[in-house]
Design a protein around this ligand. Structure first.
Ligand code: SF4
Length: 341
């Protein structure tokens, strides 16, 4: 019989206790009324917010809320999370599945669009619901496999030696518990032809406490090369805690990139984009992509037309060194890669 010491019992209990980030994830603001009240916003915004919330629910972590200016309906972070009445408008060309992802899912939870890499939906949920999200209508319930159901995806990966890279996406893959992610990554790294693990996540930005020891243990320990693509749209999102989270990821051997979405009323000014690139680099993150909006229904009010987008990027090029320039791209369903504008 194995006798456990009091320290072992304590450690076991600790490992079962929810981590700080899980507590914050559980406590995200889910009610547009609470969001408006907490930020001292005009109650006249509430009917529109409630209507948009019915289409795609509000989710805002406290750590993100703390970076939003009080009583400012035009705050660039608030605009990313506050539903507006305009989300109900039907606009031509804006559809539920703008990237036709449902045509590229050979297994539940596995999207294979591009040569050499596949995307696994590692978690059906996000810490934050971004109003412009191209997956706001994605049927996550049909694409949230259990560990046993990963077997089909892993068989698919084993059977195609041309696949070098696995992208964990979601939802937000880091919304999954570390034990589950560590097990998945252990199974991935046992596939000899896989070389890279890429993680697309907004969690280190919206709940920086997500980058804790448990995460760094499995991420730092894998033989796979590690890339994390963060999603930051405005310099105001990068506070001291985010910088600290980025530094810890980099120290674990993770290459950090950022992708942004060009959003009307949020970051469609040269000064704003220049400041974003500067702040990203100061945090050890390279600007990677600036996406034009994917035409998802409910988000047309964020759209910036192509000519304005090109003019912005041309002006940005005059302000920044080349390595701070994100690539302006559009994703077109069926294309072999992102399309530069
Ligand atoms: S975190 Fe990413 S996947 Fe989640 S709602 Fe925002 S944009 Fe969409």
């Amino acid at each position: 019989m194995i006798t456990r010491t009091p320290i072992a019992v304590h450690r076991e209990a600790e490992s079962r206790a929810p981590a700080a980030w899980q507590h914050q994830l559980r406590e995200v603001i889910r009610d547009p009324r609470v969001l408006c009240q907490r930020l001292g916003l005009d109650p006249a915004l509430l009917p529109g917010a409630s209507a948009g919330h019915a289409l795609f629910p509000v989710r805002v972590p406290e750590a993100y809320l703390a970076r939003i200016r009080h009583a400012d309906p035009y705050d660039p972070l608030l605009r990313q999370v506050l539903p507006l009445a305009a989300e109900q408008d039907a606009v031509g060309g804006f559809v539920a599945d703008p990237l036709a992802e449902r045509e590229h899912t050979p297994r539940p939870g596995l999207i294979h669009k591009y040569a050499g890499r596949v995307l696994l939906i590692a978690s059906p949920t996000c810490a934050i619901n971004c109003r412009y999200c191209f997956r706001r209508h994605f049927p996550y319930a049909e694409h949230a496999p259990s560990m046993r159901e990963w077997d089909a995806s892993l068989d698919y990966l084993r059977g195609d030696a041309s696949i070098r890279e696995v992208i964990l996406s979601g939802g937000d893959p880091l919304a999954s518990p570390d034990r589950r992610l560590a097990e998945l990554v252990a199974r991935l790294e046992a596939i000899p032809h896989l070389q890279r693990l890429r993680i697309h996540s907004r969690l280190p930005v919206v709940i920086p406490d997500r980058v804790d020891t448990a995460l760094l243990d499995w991420l730092g320990g894998t033989r796979l090369q590690k890339v994390m693509v963060l999603h930051i749209n405005h310099a105001q999102e990068i506070d001291a805690a985010v910088v600290d989270a980025c530094r810890r990821l980099a120290a674990a051997g993770v290459t950090l990139l950022n992708q942004s979405v060009l959003l009307r009323g949020i970051n469609d000014r040269v000064d704003t984009l220049a400041e974003l690139s500067e702040r990203l680099f100061a945090a050890g993150v390279l600007p990677y992509y600036l996406h034009v909006l994917d035409p998802v229904s409910g988000a047309a009010h964020f759209d910036v037309d192509d000519d304005s987008a090109r003019a912005l990027v041309a002006a940005l090029r005059e302000r920044l060194p080349g390595f701070l320039m994100p690539r302006l791209v559009r994703e077109i369903p069926g294309e072999a890669s992102k399309t530069p504008l």
